[in-house]
Design a protein around this ligand. Structure first.
Ligand code: PMP
Length: 400
């Protein structure tokens, strides 16, 4: 890995070197991903599937090769289990809609956690409005870990699905997915994993995790925006109805009756983002060449270092202090509004995120309106964390 693989990292903001610590929101792109997009538009572009001409065949091959690349990256058993979506949000909405239609009746229960992103809460609430399902949330302890004892008590014979983030986008908590899969399955429920914040950071193997469904976004894994993945076990996906109707997802259409395509196309209505899928595959190749284990080791070092350095700052409150924590540090400083801190750090060239992080129930859990969040990627360095800490101390002086 070389920082120079990422052209944007050499730019300045307000005349200062860019320190980009907003990677949980989106990651920067290596040159190979940017090139893949330009090259495909320059020399291959044609709509995929059904085309008989040369370019269409080539574009289709790249698109389907990308599906195979995703399959190997998360170790799914078959490409029929890899559905391309616009991102984690669409994957989770697909689940609420299609899984909801196939498996959930009025009074059935879905369990989420207090640390979920809105995209793993709101679609279930919308389903609750439509169908009268029951939505429950597992509480978390002060350190940001899941209360597993309490979780066990939430299951009833009506519980169908446990839907949890692999890693919290605010607390960095790494949830014990294998254990959660065993708990869910022991209660005859399925497990859906929001892996938006795990797939970019460490090896994710859907078979080893034992999950039934898993969602992630391309743009958080050094790929382009607008592309994402839903993995699902084939036997379950087979039982689920299509999510949207249109081209690509049908076998035969008459006005009397329409039959649907086989997996995974049944869930992919319309022209797919075939340039995005190819560029995502290039991003995954890039990560595999570095090694996900290596990336994890580096980011674990950054996280531990950041936690230690941030704790040195007077009046700083850290959120999410579990030992199993990855790549995210959320904090507030007494007496400084998170928005003010973020704005002033920005003037010093440091990009962090402030606000509710699409996790308002979690903010309520900690009794705050918002937090500051620094989040790390493979290209970040200890020096950048030192720069963050120095900048926070400088801003703090303006307030005390
Ligand atoms: N879940 C988690 C844990 C996330 O961090 C995010 C993005 N912040 C999402 C879901 C939604 O991802 P996207 O906006 O790419 O659909």
């Amino acid at each position: 890995m070389n920082r120079s693989d990422f052209p944007i990292l050499s730019r300045t903001v307000y005349g200062k070197p860019l320190v980009y610590l907003d990677n949980a929101a989106t990651t920067q792109k290596p040159q190979c991903v940017i090139d893949a997009i330009a090259e495909e538009y320059c020399s291959v572009n044609a709509n995929v599937h059904r085309g008989v001409h040369f370019l269409s065949t080539q574009a289709t091959e790249l698109h389907e090769a990308a599906r195979e690349r995703v399959r190997t990256f998360i170790n799914a058993t078959s490409t029929t289990e890899i559905i391309f979506t616009r991102g984690t949000t669409e994957s989770l909405n697909l689940m609420a809609s299609s899984y909801g239609d196939a498996f959930l009746k009025e009074g059935d229960e879905v369990i989420v956690t207090e640390m979920e992103h809105h995209s793993n809460i709101v679609p279930w609430q919308m389903l609750r409005e439509r169908k009268g399902i029951i939505l429950k949330a597992v509480p978390i302890a002060d350190d940001g870990s899941l209360d597993l004892e309490k979780l066990e008590t939430l299951f009833t014979p009506r519980t169908r699905l446990l839907s949890v983030c692999h890693v919290s986008n605010v607390l960095g908590t790494m949830n014990p997915i294998r254990q959660l899969a065993d708990i869910a399955h022991a209660h005859n429920a399925h497990l859906l994993v929001d892996a938006a914040q795990s797939v970019p950071h460490f090896p994710v193997d859907v078979q080893a995790l034992g999950c039934d469904f898993l969602a992630f976004s391309g743009h958080k894994v050094y790929g382009p925006t607008g592309i994402g993945v839903l993995y699902g076990r084939e036997a379950l996906l087979d039982m689920m109805p299509p999510y949207q109707g249109g081209g690509e997802m049908i076998a035969r259409v008459t006005f009397e009756r329409t039959t649907y395509e086989r997996l995974p196309f049944k869930f992919e209505a319309g022209t797919p983002d075939y340039v995005g899928t190819h560029a995502l595959a290039v991003a995954l190749d890039y990560l595999s060449a570095i090694g996900m284990e290596h990336i994890h080791e580096h980011e674990q070092d950054l996280t531990a270092y950041a936690m230690q350095r941030l704790a040195e700052i007077p009046d700083l409150q850290l959120y999410g202090t579990t030992p199993t924590k990855d790549a995210v540090c959320a904090f507030n400083i007494n007496g400084i509004h998170h928005l003010d801190l973020g704005t002033l750090l920005d003037r010093l060239g440091i990009a962090i995120r402030t606000g509710h992080h699409c996790a308002q129930p979690l903010m309520a859990r900690y009794g705050v309106e918002g937090m500051c969040r620094a989040s790390f990627a493979l290209y970040n360095t200890r020096e950048e964390i030192d720069a963050l800490v120095a900048a926070i101390l400088r801003v703090r002086k303006m307030f005390v």
